[in-house]
Design a protein. Sequence first.
Length: 119
Amino acid sequence: MASFKFSRTAEDVKRELTAILRTVKDPRVNGLLSIVKVDLSNDYSACKVHISSMDGLEAAKQAVKGLNSAAGYIRHELGSRLRLRYTPQLHFVEDDSIEYSAQINKVLMDIKRKEEHED
């Protein structure tokens, strides 16, 4: 069972990474990016960060390439902002959850319009 400290630390990492992403100057990291999920290992040595983009999966893949290139800078910034004994190694992974949820929303809106049109 995850402890309160573990979940709080994972949320702190997510919050700080969100702020640090705004400072990355890699041209591949552009558009509206969102950190969907942070998987922190039990010993805080590794962290898998799921990234999604409003521009689609291809934009997320490009952003992940840029973020993995800048992982050293991001890790350094994260270590200076959080008081952890060890700063976790960061690995960024693309995620299409924002695009997927937008498609589901579109389908639901279409169904709603059809029902209203039939009445």
